[in-house]
Structures are given as C-alpha cells and as structure tokens.
Design a protein around this ligand. Structure first.
Ligand SMILES: [Fe+2]
Ligand SMILES: [Fe+2]
Length: 273
C-alpha cells in the first residue's frame, strides 16, 4: 500500500516532440520518482498520426500507454497494430467497428492502473458516441479490475472537459485534457478526489502554431485556401505534462503538479517519420 506517481504528457508533435521527449524523459522520471507514463501520441508522426516504429520508440523510452485522438486515423499503417494493441489507445467513443480499443490496463509498481481514452464532441468534426455514457460503460468494465483509473479526454471545449471531470469526480483517479496543445493553469484535485487539468499541453516547438510552422497557417487564415502543415523544428522546444500522485488504497489523487519545461539548446534533425 502506498502511492504511485503517473506522468501524463500532452500531444507529442513530430520529430521535434520526440527528440525533446527522449532528451528529458529519464531526468523527469528520476526527479519526480515516476512509476508509470502515459503519452498522447496522436501527432507524433509528421504532426499527424503515429507509426508502429514510433510506438516502439515510446515503449523503449518507458511509456506504458499511448493515448490518441482525432488524428490517430491519419496514418493507416497503424490500423493493424491498433487492432491487436493494448498499449496504444484510440478514443473509446468511436464506432465499435473502428480499429483498436479505448480502454486498457497496465501494471505499475505492483498495482493495476486503468486507462480510458475519450474524445469530445463540442467543436470537433467527428460524430462519435456520447463521451459521458461511454465513460460510464468503460468504468463498469474496469471497476472489478482496479480502483485506479486515469482518463485522457481529447477535446476542444473547456466546458465539456470540466463537465466530464465533475461527472466522474470520485469515480476515477484523474482526468487530463488533451487536443488544444496549450497547457492550462487550472490543475487541482476536485472535491471527491479526482485530479483534473483542462489541458496538459504539448511537446513541440514553442514559437509555432500548436507544434506546426506558423506561416502556412497564417496564410490559410488570410486566404482561406488549403495549405500544407509542416512540423516546426525550431528551438526553443516545450515539454508539457502533469505528475499525478494516487493513493493506491483509495484510488484517489493526493497531488497533481504541472510540468512545463523549455529547452533552448536542442537541435532537431529530420528523419523518416
Ligand atoms: Fe493533438
Ligand atoms: Fe487532436
């Protein structure tokens, strides 16, 4: 009995995000005495999607579960891996027939941790199932397996993220938001013991648009014409996440701490992914 500490990292964007992640992960793990790592990898290949090679990269660097979101479908190479994987999630509220699963468990310091990936519907393009009802059925699936459950809620609207967190307060250990790539400063423990942050942020270039080069995006806003989005590889690079401490006896969060690391001395070399 005791506490476990889980590190949750926001959307890792392309080679820039991966290089930054690899450079700092060992130090973070040691400094915060991390027992388990959850990373959102939906943008880890070229800023959109993920490849099986990148899944191996994350696993090699100690990641237990990779979560995702709307961009998971971009790289079709991953579909076959998704279909059999228990360490790479797609949002649970996509149609049942879509590849992959949205709920999993992993072992962490002798304790089972449940992870649920969900996606919002407010200001999001995909017409998926209700995240609230999907969360309820995922919880009933996990409840006889563990009292320690963490949700990555991949959503745009603060209201939807906060509403789901309050709806599940006391039933889960933590809910962290992803998708906006901008870290919010509202991390706290809700009244019934669920740790919460509206968005953990990203791992990517600071002077970018959500990790992508800003110029084409500005051009798109001005001209309304389609443009090609390119991963920004310029320094400084940002690494955002939260450390959540959970009492394994109760499954409740005892602490949530926001991480925001800036590396000005990092050189990104292009690669195949
Ligand atoms: Fe993202
Ligand atoms: Fe997203």
């Amino acid at each position: 009995m005791g506490h476990i500490r889980i590190l949750c990292i926001g959307d890792v964007v392309g080679v820039t995000g991966r290089t930054m992640f690899q450079k700092h992960i060992d130090q973070i793990r040691e400094r915060y005495a991390i027992d388990g790592i959850i990373v959102n990898g939906e943008n880890s290949a070229h800023g959109r999607g993920i490849s099986s090679r990148i899944v191996r990269f994350f696993k090699h660097n100690g990641v237990n579960v990779i979560t995702s979101g709307n961009h998971i479908w971009y790289n079709k190479e991953i579909y076959s891996y998704l279909s059999s994987a228990t360490d790479l999630l797609r949002p649970a509220n996509y149609p049942r027939s879509s590849p992959g699963i949205g709920v999993t468990t992993f072992e962490c310091a002798g304790h089972i941790v449940g992870v649920i990936n969900l996606q919002g519907r407010v200001f999001m393009r995909d017409h998926i199932d209700c995240p609230f009802r999907t969360a309820e059925s995922a919880l009933s699936f996990l409840q006889n397996k563990t009292n320690t459950i963490i949700i990555d809620f991949h959503a745009e609207a603060t209201s939807e993220k906060m509403a789901l967190a309050y709806f599940l307060d006391g039933k889960i250990s933590a809910l962290f938001g992803t998708h906006t790539h901008v870290q919010t400063a509202d991390e706290r423990i809700l009244p019934q013991g669920t740790a919460y942050i509206t968005d953990v942020g990203m791992v990517g270039s600071l002077n970018s648009m959500l990790g992508m080069k800003k110029e084409p995006i500005i051009e798109h806003f001005i001209t309304q014409l389609p443009v090609k989005f390119v991963v920004d590889s310029s320094a400084p690079v940002l690494l955002n996440g939260v450390v959540i401490e959970i009492d394994t006896q109760t499954g409740k969060a005892t602490r949530i701490e926001r991480l925001s690391l800036l590396d000005t001395d990092i050189h990104i070399t292009e690669d195949g992914d």
